[in-house]
Design a protein around this ligand. Structure first.
Ligand SMILES: Nc1ncnc2c1ncn2[C@@H]1O[C@H](COP(=O)(O)OP(=O)(O)OP(=O)(O)O)[C@@H](O)[C@H]1O
Ligand SMILES: O=c1ccn([C@@H]2O[C@H](COP(=O)(O)O)[C@@H](O)[C@H]2O)c(=O)[nH]1
Length: 334
């Protein structure tokens, strides 16, 4: 976000977001999956535990040779021979039991070969809600996407003044949560932001939902129109938000070459105070954007929900195009 045009807005949201996670139902924050280093390490150790537990019960971990032949050899090599009349009766049932057991055992081993070493993370997912909190009939949500420094915040500030949207920047909400004294997610968010990694979706989706709820509750007369800036950055976030919070009307995608984004971010970094406006973090953010966030844009593009705008010209020119394209997509009243 542009530090000058959006600072007042940020202040307001910092205040608001400081209260949001206080009300966060703990049950809604599930153990996160592998997004950021910290979480991954936690999951890696529990995976290792699960794996070792599985090995204990996994027959594949047992010796494949059963001690039958040794036992047999011992019995033939020492002591008196067994009574002749009983030999068939005692020996063959024993062989049959071993044969059946080995067959079953081999079957089990073969079936286990196709099983994943670690159980799926699906069990950790939050329970599905049948309907989203907000209906798209009452609430308009536009996702605003683009690479780091493409100018999303700059354009959102203008859309707020001209059309009365409420601007919710996922990055700003996360930074506010990071700074909130006592936040249990502070360290995790800090690390993710520095590494340009994605904070587990449960945290971000809940922050956004709380912020929307607060806005609707506190600003009775404000139009229920939200620009969700810098979100969703990953497919799981996109699905979860639309499933539990509100389906989005469309996606505004600001397209900008990497060299221009880098130039803008390095310039912004001189005054922004952001921990990720530096060469190393910027490189990581670009990589996350290409590998993780572009698939989200592609997904919505296939659904015909993307309005793509060239973000290279001046802010005024980009805004003019934004206006025109939005009017074309949504009509005069949006
Ligand atoms: N069209 C533009 N031309 C030149 N500079 C721009 C343009 N739009 C924004 N900027 C500048 O580029 C920098 C990044 O803009 P902005 O903060 O809006 O980007 P962003 O996409 O929200 O970034 P981030 O994803 O990192 O929050 C700011 O310093 C802003 O003033
Ligand atoms: O949905 C999101 C949005 C952001 N993040 C993290 O925040 C930083 C900064 O985001 P900006 O939009 O540039 O302010 C981003 O690099 C991510 O680390 C996130 O995890 N999830």
């Amino acid at each position: 976000m542009h530090p000058m045009t959006a600072s007042a807005h940020r202040q307001a949201w910092r205040k608001l977001a400081a209260s949001t996670l206080r009300n966060l139902p703990r049950s809604s924050i599930r153990p996160p999956t592998a997004h950021c280093g910290l979480v991954f390490r936690r999951n890696a150790s529990s995976s290792a535990r699960l794996w070792s537990q599985q090995q204990k019960v996994n027959p594949a971990a047992r010796p494949t040779k059963l001690p039958t032949s040794n036992t047999a050899r011992r019995s033939y090599s020492s002591g008196a021979p067994p009574p002749k009349g009983n030999q068939n009766i005692k020996f063959w049932p024993f062989v049959a039991v071993i044969a059946l057991g080995s067959g079953g055992y081999m079957l089990l081993v073969n079936r286990r070969k196709d099983m994943p070493a670690v159980p799926s993370a699906a069990g950790l997912a939050a329970p599905a809600k049948s309907t989203p909190t907000f209906s798209p009939k009452d609430v308009t949500v536009l996702f605003v996407l683009g690479g780091p420094g493409a100018g999303k915040g700059t354009q959102c500030a203008r859309l707020v003044s001209e059309y009365g949207f409420t601007h919710l920047s996922a990055g700003d909400l996360l930074r506010a949560e990071q700074e909130r004294p006592g936040s249990e997610f502070g360290e995790l968010i800090k690390q993710c932001i520095k590494d340009g990694a994605i904070v587990p979706m449960e945290v971000t989706v809940q922050l956004l939902e709380n912020a929307m709820t607060e806005t609707i509750k506190n600003k009775h007369n404000a139009p229920k129109k939200f620009l969700i800036d810098g979100f969703p950055r990953k497919m799981d976030q996109a699905f979860k938000f639309e499933e539990v919070v509100c389906p989005a009307r469309l996606v505004l995608f600001y397209d900008c070459p990497e060299a221009e984004m880098e130039r803008r971010l390095m310039e912004r970094g001189k005054t922004s105070g952001r921990a990720d406006d530096n060469a190393e973090s910027i490189r990581k953010r670009f990589r996350t954007f290409i590998e993780t966030s572009m698939p989200v844009v592609d997904h919505y593009e296939k659904e015909g929900r993307v309005v793509k705008i060239d973000a290279t010209p001046t802010p005024d020119s980009v805004f003019q195009t934004t206006r025109e394209r939005l009017t074309k997509a949504l009509g005069d009243k949006f």
